[in-house]
Write a protein that binds this ligand. Structure first.
Ligand code: NMX
Ligand code: MLT
Length: 442
C-alpha cells in the first residue's frame, strides 16, 4: 500500500497548501445568503461543506472529480472480458483526483484482497441477532463489531501527533472497504440461504468477489455488481450518509464509528432504503392489479392511490437533482443490453413514463424525475436476488468508497470539529420583532 499512500500524501500536501493560500486571500468572501426558511427546511441550497471527491450538478447529475457517469464508463479500467468500470478505479479516481491506469486498479484490487480477512467475532455479533433483524441492522452491527480492528483508535489511545491522523484513517478506510463485501455476503447467505456461506475467491476483483460470495455465478451479474458499486459510490457531501460520516469523523471518531453512523442514515426510506421500497411498491402493485406487466394507465392509477394515502412514490424526486438521475440512465442502459424483455424491468421503464407528469401536476415537487433507486432493484430481481430488504446493504458497500475517500481527505486537510450554530423559534421571533439577539451566533 506504500506506493498509493505516498502518492496520496504528495497530492494532499499540495492541495492543503493551495487551500491555505486560497483562504489567506479570500477567506472572508461571502458565498451566499441564508434565508430563514432554509434553516427550517433541511438547509436545502445552503453551501456548508467542502467535499473533494465529487460534485452534483442539479441538471447534469454527478461528476466524480469532473467525470460524468458516461465518461467513467468509458474511461475507467474494466475486468478482463468485461465492459463495466471496476469500482477500484472509481475509488482511485475520487481519492487521487486523477484517472487510474490498469496497473493502479490492479494494485487497489490486490490491497483489498490482502486486507479482506474478517475476524470471527464479527460473524458472531451478526449471528447474535435474530434472523428477523433487518439486513441493515446486521450490517451496522457487523461494522461496529469490526471496530475492534481500528488502527486510528489504537494509535489515538497511545497518543498521536495530529499531523499523523490521516495515516491510520487511511489504513482503516482500506481495511473497511476490503472487508465489507464479506460482511454483506455473510448477511445475505445467513438470512436468505440458510447460512450456506460461500468462501471468498482471492483471485477475483472486489465487486466480482462480492457477486461470487452472494452466490451468483453468472458473469453478467458480476458486471452488474461492478457497475452498481461504481455508480452508487459517491454523491457529493451533503447527502445523509456522506454528511453523517463526515460529521461523526469531525469528532475524531474512528472510520468504523463514522461508517456505521453513515450507514444508519442510509437505512432511512428517504435515502438508501428507497431501493427496497421501490421493489416492494412494485410487487404490491403487481399483486393488487393481478398482473406482472401493468399498463401505463394502471400504473398512473396506482400512483394516484399511493399519493392519496399520503405516501411518497419511492425512487422519484431528489433534494438537489432536477433531471433524470444519470445513475438511473446507466442502469437502464444495462437493462437494455442484458434483459430488454424482462417484465419487471419493462415495468420500471413504464413507471418512468407514467410518474413524472403526475408528480409535475401536483405543483409542489421540485424534481418529478427518477433517482438511482427507481431502477436498481429490478436488475437484481432479474438475476434472482429478490430479497429486497437486502438491497440497501449493497448500496452501503458501494457508498463506503465515497465516504471513506472523503474521510481520508477530511483528516489530511485537518478539518475541525463540525459545529454549526442553531437557534430557537423564540429567538427567531424576537429577532423578527427587531430585538437585538444573537441570531448569527457571533
Ligand atoms: N412522491 C410524493 N411526494 C413527493 C415525492 C415523491 N416521490 N418527492 C417529493 N415529494 C413531496 C415532499 O414530500 C414534499 O411534500 P410536503 O411539502 O407535503 O412536505 C414536497 O413534495 C416537496 O418536496 P421536494 O422539495 O421536491 O423534495 P425534498 O428535497 O424535500 O425531498 C426526497 C427529496 C428524495 C426525500 C423526496 O423526493 C422523496 O421523498 N422521494 C421518494 C423517496 C426516494 O426515492 N428517496 C431516494 C433518494 C435517493 N437516494 O438514494 O437517497
Ligand atoms: C445519494 O446518492 O446519496 C442520493 O441520491 C441522495 C442525495 O444525493 O441527497
Amino acid at each position: 500500500m506504500g506506493i498509493l499512500k505516498d502518492r496520496f500524501k504528495a497530492k494532499a500536501d499540495a492541495a492543503a497548501a493551495e487551500i491555505k493560500e486560497i483562504l489567506k486571500e479570500n477567506g472572508t468572501k461571502k458565498i451566499g445568503e441564508v434565508q430563514l426558511s432554509q434553516i427550517y427546511q433541511g438547509m436545502r441550497g445552503m453551501t456548508g461543506l467542502v467535499t473533494e471527491t465529487s460534485y452534483l450538478d442539479p441538471q447534469e447529475g454527478i461528476r466524480f472529480r469532473g467525470y460524468s457517469i458516461p465518461e467513467i464508463q468509458e474511461k475507467l479500467p474494466k475486468a478482463k472480458n468485461g465492459n463495466e468500470p471496476l469500482p477500484e478505479g472509481l475509488f482511485y479516481l475520487i481519492l487521487m483526483g486523477e484517472l487510474p491506469t490498469e496497473e493502479d486498479v490492479a494494485h487497489a484490487t490486490s490491497i483489498w484482497q490482502r486486507r479482506s480477512h474478517v475476524p470471527n467475532h464479527v460473524f458472531a455479533a451478526i449471528d447474535a441477532l435474530p434472523l428477523t433483524a433487518h439486513p441493515m441492522t446486521m450490517f451496522v452491527t457487523g461494522i461496529m463489531a469490526l471496530q475492534t480492528e481500528s488502527n486510528f483508535a489504537k494509535r489515538y489511545a497511545q497518543g498521536m501527533n495530529k499531523k499523523d491522523y490521516w495515516d491510520p484513517v487511511f489504513d482503516d478506510a482500506m481495511d473497511l472497504i476490503a472487508r465489507l463485501p464479506r460482511i454483506g455476503a455473510y448477511i445475505y447467505r445467513r438470512k436468505y440461504k440458510n447460512s450456506d456461506h460461500i468462501q471468498p475467491n482471492g483471485l477475483l476483483d472486489w465487486a466480482g468477489n462480492l457477486a461470487h460470495m452472494l452466490g451468483y455465478s453468472d458473469e453478467s451479474f458480476k458486471e452488474l455488481m461492478r457497475l452498481y458499486m461504481t455508480i452508487h459510490a459517491d454523491h457529493e457531501g451533503g447527502n445523509v450518509s456522506a454528511h453523517t460520516t463526515h460529521l461523526v469523523g469531525s469528532a475524531l471518531s474512528d472510520p468504523y464509528l463514522c461508517l456505521a453512523a453513515g450507514m444508519n442514515g442510509l437505512a432511512g426510506p428517504l435515502h438508501g432504503l428507497a431501493n427496497q421500497e421501490v421493489i416492494k411498491w412494485i410487487f404490491e402493485m403487481q399483486k393488487e392489479l393481478n398482473t406482472d406487466l401493468p399498463t401505463k394507465d394502471q400504473i398512473a392509477d396506482y400512483v394516484q392511490k399511493t399519493l392519496s394515502e399520503g405516501k411518497v412514490v419511492p425512487g422519484y424526486g431528489h433534494a438537489v437533482l432536477r433531471k433524470t438521475d444519470p445513475r438511473f440512465t446507466a442502469q437502464m442502459g444495462f437493462g437494455k443490453k442484458h434483459m430488454p424483455d424482462d417484465k419487471l424491468v419493462q415495468t420500471v421503464w413504464n413507471i418512468y413514463e407514467a410518474v413524472p407528469p403526475i408528480l409535475q401536476s401536483l405543483g409542489k415537487i421540485k424534481n418529478p424525475w427518477p433517482n438511482v433507486d427507481a431502477h436498481s432493484g429490478s436488475l437484481l430481481v432479474h438475476y434472482g436476488l429478490k430479497e429486497y430488504e437486502f438491497y440497501t446493504v449493497l448500496f452501503g458497500i458501494s457508498r463506503s468508497l465515497g465516504v471513506m475517500a472523503s474521510l481520508i481527505w477530511d483528516r489530511v486537510l485537518s478539518f475541525p470539529i463540525e459545529r454549526p450554530k442553531s437557534v430557537t423559534t423564540e429567538l427567531v421571533k424576537r429577532w423578527l420583532k427587531g430585538e437585538e439577539v444573537d441570531i448569527w451566533g457571533e
